[in-house]
Structure formats: C-alpha cells, structure tokens
Design a protein around this ligand. Structure first.
Ligand code: LMR
Length: 404
C-alpha cells in the first residue's frame, strides 16, 4: 500500500527536549498539590515562599521614571551608554577603561552569553571547555552556536579538586575558550580561592586560553566587590577576557532581562573591529535592547539614596541565603549523620546533592519537592516554613544513598 506523504512543511521538524530548568518549572506549575515546593530555578523567594517581591529601590526608581521619562525612542544598538559605563564600573572596577573595553547592554545574561559565543565562533575559536557540572544553558548555547565543547573536571566525587582541574586546563590547546564563573558556581556553589584564581589566570595567559566569565550573582555570593575579584585579578594581570553579566538576581528584575557583555582587550587598536561585530550580532538578533530595565538599573547604580537602599536589600537577601545554607547543612547532618558542611561553606544560590535519578524522581513524585535532574537545590527558595518538609523529604529518599 502506498504510504501517505504528509504535505505539511513542518512534518519533519524535530522535537527538542524541554529545558532542564524551565521544563521542570512548567511541571511544577501544573502540579495540583498545594504543599509542593519548588527548588528548581534560581530565584530568591520571599520568607513565606511567595514569588520574589520587587525591591523597594526598584519601585522607587520606577516611580521616578514615571515622572521624568520623556521618550521611548530607540536606544543605540549597543544600548544606553551611561548604563554601560556604570555597569562597567560595577563589574570591572578600576579596569573599566573605555578605550580597551567594548561594553554592550544585553537582554539579561543569556543574550550576553549568546552574543559573545557567536562572536567567538565567528572570529576567534570554535573549541570550548566548561565545568563538568554547569548551568545547563551553557552547553545548549555552545551547541546552538556550533562551538565544540568538552568538560573539565570541577566537581568530582562530591568535591572540587583544584589540582585535577588545573592539570586538565593545562592540557587544553591554545585558543580554547574556558568558561568560568567568578562566584557562586552554578550548580555546585563551590568557588576557587583567590590564590587558585591567580594560578588559573597565569595558566590562561601562558597557554593562550580564552577566559569567558559568566557573572550572574554579583552581590549574592560573598559581596559585591569580592564576587568579581577573580575577573579583576585576570585584568590586573593583563589578560584579555570576555564577560557576561546579569542583574536578574542582584536587582531581582528577572523578567526585565537586563544584563551586559564586556570584551576586554590589550590593544586599543582592536576595539572598533570587535565593537562592529558585537553591534552586528545584536542588530541581527534583537536590533537594540529594551530601555526600561536599563533605566531602572542605571538609577540603582547612580542615585545615591537608591544605590544605598538597593545595596541594603541585596545584602539582606545574601544573608538570608547564608542562613538557609547553615540551617539545611545542620539539620541534614543531624538527621543523616553525614557531613554536609560543604553546603554551609558554599556560596550563592545553589548546592548539589548526591542523589540518584530515582531519588530525585521520588522527591518530586512522592514528596512534591522539585529539584533539578543534576541534584541541584536552590537554597534561596528555602525558608523557615518549608525547610522541615524539605529535610523530611530528603531524609526519606536518602536512606541507602552514598555518603558524601
Ligand atoms: C537558574 O540557573 O535556575 C537560573 O539562572 C534561571 C535560568 O535562567 O535557568
């Protein structure tokens, strides 16, 4: 019998798996259980588990904008120049030098990662190394862009082993892009010490590696300045590097999509050529960035009262995460007689739990506790009211699992 040939032009479209983080979040939203707990995606929830409130500093900035904003005309392709300058100072500190840095406002940190990856692939290199556990969107972006990737050992057998990590990096060929996170490593929560960063910087310099930082948690790890110290250390040592920056978490403006990219070079002669490439990539992807979020961020960075208020709100959020890390590590340790101090010592929103796939599914299906398939939990979604339920659920699936 003759087979019917579909006339649809979409008949052969391949399905792409759901996003490892947002896909789970969709499952969570559809779950009818009232007591379900979402520890999947990285948002800093309120003490009562509700969605993150808008910072008072952001609200006040918006009120000010409502009164003073005169136009919604296009921004330049690279974005609001003052926003870029202020973000440049915020991230790079004394190394923000307009003649040797190309900066652009981006649609969150993800667009910065994508634009920079496109730029690297088109002009510089198509090989990259990223940590064996990483934010799942990192490999997705490299794959989309066509950058070949390998994983360097970062988190092995429940710990970070610097020597192993360093040995691996030292064997990478010249011009390999090395993706790094300066603080609050997603998903492990384990960062390098400044001394270790220094060694990595010198290695990158010696071996001609290309440092590519994803900085998404400035202010939520150890504090605003400390969280970007690794980037500044690279620059202090004369390295060239690329940086993707996000304000999603630090200003709690997730849905507003406001970030930036920076390309830091040695030679000012390269600047115009780099800038022209970045502008062309932005123009052909989203033309130019949205204005509102950058205007808000600019006020938080420059208005003395709003700046002070924002930093206070940010620090309160950081301290809440620190408390939750401590409490979870203590409670789990006490119940399971396993050392969870790595959670306590960790930094930023996330930690990894060593759970099997079936344990992670049991957490979700039996206990309505959602964590990612890597075993990542978002500490910033824990609070005094849900922590007991989370500990109970973890203890119940933990029985028989390998101690860390
Ligand atoms: C996360 O890692 O959960 C967040 O950065 C949200 C996202 O975009 O995946």
């Amino acid at each position: 019998m003759e087979q019917e040939v579909s006339r649809s032009i979409f008949a052969r479209v391949r399905e792409v798996p759901a996003d490892p983080i947002f896909g789970l979040n969709d499952l969570f939203r559809l779950d009818p259980r009232k007591d379900r707990i979402n520890l999947t995606y990285g948002v800093c929830l309120e003490e009562d588990g509700s969605a993150p409130k808008i910072f008072t500093a952001v609200k006040k900035a918006e009120e000010l904008l409502l009164k003073t904003e005169k136009t919604k005309t296009y921004l330049p392709i690279l974005g609001d120049e003052e926003y870029i300058r202020q973000t440049g100072k915020f991230v790079l500190g004394p190394y923000w030098k307009e003649e040797i840095v190309v900066g652009a406002q981006t649609v969150g940190g993800t667009a910065a990662l994508r634009i920079l990856s496109d730029f690297l692939k088109n002009e510089i290199s198509s090989e990259a190394a990223l940590s064996n556990y990483t934010w799942p969107n990192h490999p997705q972006i490299f794959d989309r862009v066509g950058i070949k990737r390998e994983a360097y050992p970062y988190w092995v057998d429940g710990k970070f082993d610097f020597d192993r990590f360093y040995r691996y990096l030292s064997k990478l060929s010249r011009k390999t892009i090395v993706q790094l996170q300066p603080t609050s490593h997603n998903p492990t929560g384990v960062d390098l010490t400044l001394e270790e960063w220094r060694e990595v910087a010198l290695l990158c310099d010696r071996n001609g590696l290309i440092p590519f930082f994803d900085s998404a948690y400035q202010g939520l790890g150890q504090g605003i300045e400390k969280d970007v110290a690794p980037i500044r250390l690279f620059l202090e040592n004369g390295l060239e590097c690329l940086i993707a920056h996000s304000y999603s978490k630090s200003m709690a403006v997730y849905a507003e999509r406001v970030g930036a990219l920076f390309v830091c070079m040695r030679d000012a002669k390269d600047r115009e050529r780099i800038s022209s490439n970045i502008a062309s990539l932005i123009r052909t992807q989203y033309s130019n960035p949205p204005k509102h979020s950058a205007s808000v961020a600019k006020l938080l960075l420059t208005h003395p009262d709003l700046n002070e208020l924002w930093k206070k709100e940010l620090e309160e959020m950081r301290l809440r995460i620190v408390t939750m890390r401590h409490t979870l590590a203590q409670k789990l340790g006490k119940r399971l007689h396993v050392d969870f101090s790595y959670i306590d010592k960790g930094c930023g929103l996330f930690s990894l739990l060593h759970l099997s796939k079936s344990q992670i599914i049991a957490l979700r299906e039996k206990h309505a506790v959602y964590i990612t398939e890597q075993g990542r939990i978002n500490l910033a979604a824990l609070n005094p009211t849900n922590i007991e339920a989370v500990v109970d659920a973890l203890c119940s699936v933990w029985q028989g699992s390998k101690a860390l």
